[in-house]
Design a protein around this ligand. Structure first.
Ligand code: NJP
Length: 235
């Protein structure tokens, strides 16, 4: 299948690229960090297309997606993974951090959906959105992040219902995953306390396995949401 992965330069996105490559899929690896994307592609035998693009920049994103579609004929799957969390109590939050989270996690996700949807509907394809346990629960110190992930689940579920004849939609909702995710937080006290929490989280390869499982499921079923936590995570 021809698969686009946003946020492929790190963490869950990079692990998903490695896992999908193993099963022979053709990938578009998309993120802003050119060096990391090229390094990953090299590790995978330079078999894939790389696009240096910000999901917030609609026109650049569109160019990258169209180029991939023109190269391989169709797009079967979008793994909408790019996202970030900057943790702070809402009362102490910085407006720039709030805007960045909304811009990337919601507007960036919508940009990719809007651009890819005509292709995915044509190929009777699959949309995978990265939600979170924060799509369901609200935690202290991450209120705006939780709001963005609630939005992701709402977008997924509405598309799943509206386009059930043309599109399969899966939300992946993990608990803590051991990636550089928490390094975006600049509140020193919170960073200190969360660092070990995320370090004790799941390997990103476990999430990559779930994404692969959802994509490769029989065409007449949809894994609409996969929630997965470390067994010791009780929230
Ligand atoms: O984080 P990290 P994860 N345009 O920091 C990219 C969700 N999640 O793998 O552009 C394009 O290793 C960035 O690339 P770059 C989480 O909310 C995680 O953990 O080069 N790409 C990088 O590849 C997110 O949706 C946990 O900087 C942009 C990637 O995003 C997804 O999992 C728990 C971008 C982030 O990689 C992957 O996060 C959970 C932009 N503007 C949900 N901004 C967890 N780790 O515990 C960022 O429930 N990226």
């Amino acid at each position: 299948m021809n698969i686009i992965i946003t946020g492929a330069s790190s963490g869950i996105g990079a692990a998903t690229a490695e896992r999908l490559d193993k099963n022979g899929h053709q990938l578009l690896l998309l993120a802003r960090s050119e060096g990391k994307l090229n390094e990953l592609n090299q590790k995978l035998g330079n078999r894939h297309q790389v696009a240096v693009a910000d999901v917030c920049e609609y026109d650049n994103l569109k160019t990258a997606v169209h180029h991939f579609a023109a190269s391989f004929g169709q797009i079967d799957v979008l793994v909408n993974n790019a996202g970030l969390g900057v943790f702070d109590p809402v009362g102490d939050g910085k407006i720039e951090d709030w805007h960045t989270m909304v811009d990337v996690n919601v507007k960036g996700l919508l940009n990719a959906i809007h651009i890819c949807l005509p292709y995915l509907r044509k190929s009777l394809g699959h949309l995978v959105n990265l939600g979170s346990v924060a799509s369901h629960n609200v935690f202290p110190n991450s209120g705006v992040y939780c709001a963005t992930k609630h939005a992701v689940l709402a977008i997924s579920e509405s598309l799943r219902m509206e386009l059930s004849e043309e599109l399969r939609v899966t939300t992946i909702s993990p608990g803590a995953v051991n990636t550089p995710f928490i390094d975006q937080t600049n509140n020193e006290d919170l960073l200190k306390s969360y660092k070990s929490y995320f370090a004790a989280g799941m390997s990103p390869s476990i999430i990559a396995e779930q994404i692969t499982w959802a994509i490769e499921a029989p065409k007449n079923v949809v894994l609409s949401e996969i929630m997965i936590r470390p067994n010791k995570q009780n929230i």
